[in-house]
Write a protein that binds this ligand. Sequence first.
Ligand SMILES: N[C@@H](CCC(=O)N[C@@H](CS)C(=O)NCC(=O)O)C(=O)O
Length: 212
Amino acid sequence: MMAEYTLYCFAQSGNSYKAALMLSLCGADWEPRFVDYFNGETRTPAYRGDVNVMGEVPVLVHGGMQLSQSGVILDYLSERLGRFGWDNDAERREVLRWLLFDNHKFTSYTATYRFLRTFTDQGEGDAAKFFQARMKGAFGVAEAHLGTRAYVACGRPTIADLSLCGYMFFEDEFGIDWAEYPAIGAWLERLKAMPGWAHPYDMMPGHPLPRS
Ligand SMILES: N[C@@H](CCC(=O)N[C@@H](CS)C(=O)NCC(=O)O)C(=O)O
């Protein structure tokens, strides 16, 4: 029997993890569909034609729906599963504000720096140094914000927290010690304590990468 939700994903993808974590925390009936990103699957005409024209994971399939962009997937799941959403317009704006900050800066700089450092030989190059500095700038913003509250957007965890934490549990791979950012570190501990939490490498297929 097929699970209710299918998530196109791979273990190293923090963007996929955002959706996988949401499904897991909600106890949803879901299964991963492994995408062989490191061998070019997202660049194939079949993937771009049938799965996602943007050539990205995550993609969520549910009934007749096929959704991409982790923020849209999180919004859809919070509506379907009735968890981690907003209760009123002011909360909706706050959740969206942090989702957009995450997609533009927090996740994208971290993911790019971590990619260069972990999966290429460009980890010490100028591009890596640039993205590392941008990442640290975004961490500074989150550190200041989380210094005065337990969760990012509302007084409880929401999809904004699940989005922002997408890459954070790969901390060894981008060389950050949370002692430098104690409020982020404490927030991550709160998220880890939630029933259903697991590390991305334990939740999605494809880790470790085969030795080349
Ligand atoms: N804003 C997108 C970002 C998705 C994204 O960058 N996915 C990466 C993997 S983590 C990807 O599939 N990249 C494929 C490529 O660039 O070829 C989201 O939140 O879903």
